[in-house]
Write a new protein. Structure first.
Lengths: 227, 227
DNA sequence: GTCTATAACACGATAGAC
DNA sequence: GTCTATCGTGTTATAGAC
């Protein structure tokens, strides 16, 4: 379930790959994305530049690998925190706040990461075909967040909700990248205040008279979805 | 009212600057952003690379200059189209569709542009201090779009509305960058269908009982606004 | 076949002479 | 205001070691 392209054939190869990746991520944290050159990564990892490129097709692919490991970690950390929690707003808040928390060490250099992800032609774009497995994994996780709650979801909405929540999550990350507040206080405030709002919005669709509006909005979303 | 850094002192300087810029934009359209190297721009413009850098501090600054001229052009083209139109939804649709229309020749390479704009540490980010004059110009334009309409805006909302509409505009651009539909049909559909929705949303705030909700949302926005 | 290293390329950007 | 020469970068070609 990984989006990695390179697949080392041997144990030693896997070790070298891991060494290069962890070295790169450490240097990204310490010195930022731009300041961390491929030459420095290779030197610090004790390998040659050519060897680094044997395992990672480009510098951007190091970010892709980082993101893959982040998804795995997110699931591991968030699941225990969700255990026993049935309120959907709380489950949403925990899920997204955990993700932000895990990314925190990289926030100062998020711009460097985000830059490449924003390019729709880049394989790193969250909407790219290369990112499809990772994206589907995340959407599936949001489906679990919903199904583990006691919220009753209108069945018209059921199919689309996980993907919409993932989109909401992307929006939070977009805000996080630009957030300059101390300890990212404003991002957490955003999460704390919008998560209940999102759930309230879902509830609104149960009201009589809003059925038509919901159908209109869902139809719009389906029309606009990339094909 | 320009965000340009370099300001040629002489007529000849202004001519050279213009020559480099128009050459660069033509090459961007023809061959894309990445494929258009500074060396090629300089050669095609008949100047040296060093000279190009005398007028534009970086390749990104060429985009900044492009965006400045786009704002001017947007105003020129949109204003006549808005003349006599009083319906706010229509005015919104015209304003944003015109902008999309003007950017259309560059759509194939929008990723290259957008990439740098997405980096919050880049001066090209629409949220950066360097972009403040351009951003304020655009927000002021949206204020005109509103004031020229016959819509009655709740006075609590009046101050924030232009900036919120600008944000809505940014959202449309975000969609546009990723839009792969023929002739950007989906982007225009997005505009056609969300513009009335936005106006309907403004109208909703007039309903009794929603006053508290509006105040809550505005308070949230004020809290989250970068400082 | 799997992995590693060295040398070189084109790019964005800069220094310094004129 | 304009040029040439050069730097450090991401990336690649290619030869060779395990």
């Amino acid at each position: 379930m990984s989006t990695d392209v390179s697949q080392p054939r041997s144990v030693k190869g896997e070790q070298t790959r891991e060494l290069i990746l962890t070295t790169a991520l450490r240097l990204f944290r310490e010195n930022g994305y731009d300041a961390t050159t491929m030459r420095v990564i290779a030197r610090e990892a004790g390998v040659s530049v050519g060897n680094a490129y044997y395992y990672f097709a480009s510098k951007e692919h190091l970010i892709q690998a980082f993101y893959d490991s982040l998804i795995r970690q997110h699931r591991e950390v968030a699941l225990p925190r969700l255990a026993g929690v049935r309120d959907l707003a709380t489950r949403l808040r925990i899920t997204i706040a955990t993700h932000i928390e895990l990314m925190q060490p990289y926030h100062a250099f998020a711009g460097g990461f985000f830059k490449t992800a924003a390019d729709p032609t880049s394989p790193l774009s969250p909407f790219s075909t290369e990112s499809t497995p990772a994206r589907e994994e995340e959407v599936a996780f949001f489906a679990e967040v919903v199904s583990g709650s006691d919220a009753r979801i209108p069945k018209q909405l059921l199919d689309d909700l996980p993907e919409l929540l993932w989109l909401y999550h992307m929006g939070v990350i977009l805000y996080w990248v630009h957030d300059t507040s101390e300890d990212l206080a404003r991002t957490y405030e955003l999460i704390d205040r919008t998560a209940p709002l999102v759930v309230k919005l879902i509830g609104l669709t149960r009201l009589p008279g809003t059925k038509g509006v919901l159908e209109d909005v869902l139809d719009l979303i389906h029309t606009l979805r990339p094909r």
